[in-house]
Design a protein around this ligand. Sequence first.
Ligand code: THU
Length: 134
Amino acid sequence: MPEKALEILLEHAQRAALHAYAPYSGFRVGAALQLTSGEIVTGTNVENVSYGLTICAERAALVRAVSEFGPEIRVAAVAVANLNGAASPPCGACRQMLSEFVLPDAPVAFPAADGIRTMAFSEVLPLAFEMKLK
Ligand code: THU
């Protein structure tokens, strides 16, 4: 994926973070997924007073993508941003959920301690749980 396309995806993630509902943590996250069809789907974190019910930006984007475009979607790139100037790689739960739809070599761009870091999805989640019954 060209660098410019990833920059644009990061801008979408940044804009999505403006919609965060994060009254409890104050941590405002946005995610943007580029589908293999070219579509961009964004999400933001939506918190709840029962803290554990909170949905992360990445999973919000993923469920939107499947809901809008169907179960055959494949994700070609992922971008994450936050408005807090902090590092925010996708959490473990989001990595596992993304793994069902993200191509192994898809770039994942996120804020790290030393700026934006980009890694292949297979590096971000090397050993996803799979269910292969014998
Ligand atoms: N959060 C995300 O949106 N994505 C992640 O990958 C990690 C955490 C949100 C959840 C919660 O609203 C806030 O960040 C603080 O954990």
